[in-house]
Design a protein around this ligand. Structure first.
Ligand SMILES: C[S@@+](CC[C@H](N)C(=O)[O-])C[C@H]1O[C@@H](n2cnc3c(N)ncnc32)[C@H](O)[C@@H]1O
Length: 248
């Protein structure tokens, strides 16, 4: 692969997770961020562990296909590895990330990767959608929306989640996270996230979910969502939930 000249948050996360699909430019950006914030690997391990628990919980309801938005690098305990019996379509808007994902999943008949703007599900190739998320709109599916809400304004996020609710069948589940205001304690690190980055107070997040109903665990720090024991001692940078599209 050609050496990218810009870092990507997806590959920085791969670096923090101990993966193999990042470049010098990503490591440099990750280290600069850690200079301003502190160690990130435990925080992202905790977030990825939440993904695993959420995906397994959704699969346990009988869901056997997943649509992933803002998917990043599809390795290190990602969705198809957490629910190996399911079919999974990963999507992202970044062409370099999409090419990497397609290369990593080449040869898989259960997981694929394509373009998809989360704010417009019509941008997803229908052939890919029907291949990896069969019965879309007619059968319950899992929608994974992690690492993405922080980059969408409230009105865009609320509209997007409402459109996903309308598009999915009853019994579908949404796994979602958002960034708390914890990063505000590290102004230099916050500045590195750019002007489009949004932190949110947990109390404000429920209304953005609209018609999606959180499971009984509610909207909590990701390490406290059906926690692994012992609970990881990490800063609560991310809150998350699994929410359900009601039947009927
Ligand atoms: C912080 S990374 C998270 C990657 C992955 N979900 C994870 O948790 O490791 C955010 C990803 O969202 C993608 N992204 C940004 N805006 C998007 C949009 N409107 N629709 C889909 N993906 C988007 C970026 O290209 C990037 O790969």
């Amino acid at each position: 692969m050609v050496e990218p000249d810009q870092p990507s948050t997806a590959r920085m996360i791969d670096f923090w997770l101990g993966g193999e699909h990042h470049h010098a430019v990503d490591v440099a950006a990750a280290r600069a961020f850690e200079q301003a914030y502190g160690p990130c690997a435990p925080v992202f391990r905790s977030l990825r562990a939440f993904l695993g628990r959420a995906v397994r919980a959704i699969a346990a309801t009988g869901v056997d296909s997943f649509l992933v938005f803002g998917a990043g690098v599809p390795t290190m305990g990602n969705v198809h590895e957490s629910a190996p019996e399911a079919t999974v379509l990963y999507t992202d808007v970044d062409p370099v990330t999409i090419r990497l994902g397609q290369r990593l999943l080449a040869g898989s008949d259960r997981a694929g990767y394509g373009f998809g703007d989360a704010t417009d599900i019509g941008t997803i190739d229908p052939a890919l959608l029907h291949r990896f998320v069969p019965g879309w709109g007619r059968r319950p599916v899992g929608v994974v929306f992690l690492g993405l809400a922080a980059f969408l304004a409230d009105d865009v996020l609320a509209r997007t989640l409402d459109e996903l609710y309308t598009a999915t069948a009853p019994g579908s589940h949404l796994a979602i996270d958002f960034d708390t205001e914890e990063l505000a304690g590290y102004p230099e690190a916050l500045a590195m996230m750019g002007p489009a980055f949004r932190m949110r107070a947990p109390a404000t997040f429920g209304s953005l979910l609209g018609r999606w109903t959180p499971t009984s665990e509610g909207i909590v720090a990701v390490r406290h969502w059906r926690p692994a024991r012992p609970v990881e001692p990490v800063p609560d940078a991310f809150y998350g939930a699994v929410a359900v599209r009601s039947t009927g």
